[in-house]
Design a protein around this ligand. Structure first.
Ligand code: IPM
Ligand code: MG
Length: 372
């Protein structure tokens, strides 16, 4: 199979973790006789520095011409003083909009080997397997009008505006994806909103309810976002697929990093548009960039999602996930997950190599099985 993958490594730890993810994809390609091509392009702070804009046209062209876009991380403190539309993050928001994917899938799985890492008790996190479906192209992130009039002395000054806006169609399309994914899992859908205060949330809830009859085997529950934040830490095992609008999903998915023990473990895939976009949930972590402390597992698990959602290589995706589990079970830890009784750490690169060897062994085993 041929797959053209655009690599937007971005800022901070983005390039380091993406490098390890690409190595893993290359190993899968070699073993399976697939032809994966990787084309690098600039996004975020690195693009501002090199080209004066967080999303150069060349990057847009490369991304639109590929089968999948794999992103590292975006954000650099150097640009904190810029207005939101000029910052590195605006490049990320624009590329999301251009690629058109509206359903951002963020799995949050409690790995048994990391049960000591979460501040939550192991009996609380045991067996947790949640899939967040975060709406990615609407809500406060994109709603108009938006502004900040910094001149407090001017008429209408000292005021900032962001708009939360959703249409029924925007809710329908992401909700359908969540219903369908729930159908392939434990058949429970939790829809998150703030319907006791916000009209957008009332629309959200009514729309989800109106689709229920199309999916009679799915149990639907609604949770207000504030109590959801609490239940997520208290009874995370109660949740299967969790559907949220854009900002609520941003917040709750970071919170769910607590279940896994580190934000560095969480992958994501954005589907439904022209080209799927894959990015680990963690940020650019400029404080540890270049120190070898970054955890590449979120990026590597994101590579597994590329294979699952853009290449239909489910077995290969499972093999990567199993290799990650195996490395963790063997006790290897990057700095962010070195707690409990394991304190020795490996670097970003070493972790990548460990997963690579575990994967190569499992590929060898399955090839010799096929050979008999
Ligand atoms: C995420 C990030 C982004 C977001 C930022 C970097 C714009 O926090 O992917 O969760 O808010 O969507
Ligand atoms: Mg976030």
């Amino acid at each position: 199979m041929n797959l053209k993958i655009a690599i937007l490594a971005g800022d901070g730890i983005g390039p380091e973790v993406t490098h390890e993810a690409v190595n893993i994809l290359q190993a899968v390609a070699e073993a399976g006789g697939h032809d994966f091509t990787f084309t690098e392009a600039l996004l975020g702070g690195v693009a501002i520095t090199a080209k004066g804009t967080p999303l150069p046209q060349e990057t847009i062209d490369i991304a639109l011409d590929s089968d999948a876009v794999l992103l590292g991380a975006v954000g650099d403190n150097k640009f904190n003083a810029l207005s939101p539309d000029k910052r590195p993050e605006s490049g990320l928001l624009q590329i999301r909009q251009i690629l058109g994917g509206f359903a951002n899938l963020r799995p949050s799985v409690a790995y048994p080997a990391l049960s000591e890492n979460s501040p939550l008790r192991p009996e609380v996190t045991k067996g947790v397997d949640i899939l967040f479906v975060r709406e990615l192209l609407g809500g406060l992130y994109f709603g108009q009008p938006r502004s900040w009039n910094k001149d407090a002395s001017a008429p209408g000054g000292g005021e900032a505006i962001n708009t939360m806006r959703y249409t029924r169609d925007e809710v329908v399309r992401v909700a359908r994806i969540a219903f369908e994914l729930a159908g392939k899992r434990r058949k429970k859908l939790t829809s998150v909103d703030k319907a006791n205060v916000l009209e957008c949330s009332q629309l959200w809830r009514a729309t989800v309810d109106s689709l229920k009859s199309d999916y009679p085997d799915i149990t639907v529950e609604h949770q207000l976002v504030d109590s959801m934040a609490m239940h997520l830490m208290n009874v995370p095992r109660n949740f299967d697929v969790v559907l949220t609008e854009n900002l609520f999903g941003d917040i709750l998915s970071d919170e769910s990093g607590i279940i896994t023990g580190s934000l560095g473990m969480l992958p994501s895939a954005t589907i439904g548009g022209k080209v799927n976009l894959y990015e680990p949930v963690h940020g650019s972590a400029p404080d540890i960039a270049g120190t070898g402390k970054a955890n590449p597992l979120g990026a590597i698990l994101t590579a597994a999602m590329v294979l699952r959602h853009s290449a239909n290589l489910e077995q290969e995706a499972l093999a990567i996930e199993a290799a990650v589990q195996q490395v963790l079970t063997a006790g290897h830890r990057t700095a962010d997950i070195a707690r409990g009784n394991i304190s020795a750490t490996v670097t970003t690169q070493q972790m990548g190599k460990l997963v690579h060897s575990a994967l190569a062994e499992s590929i060898d085993r399955s090839q010799s099985l096929h050979a008999v």
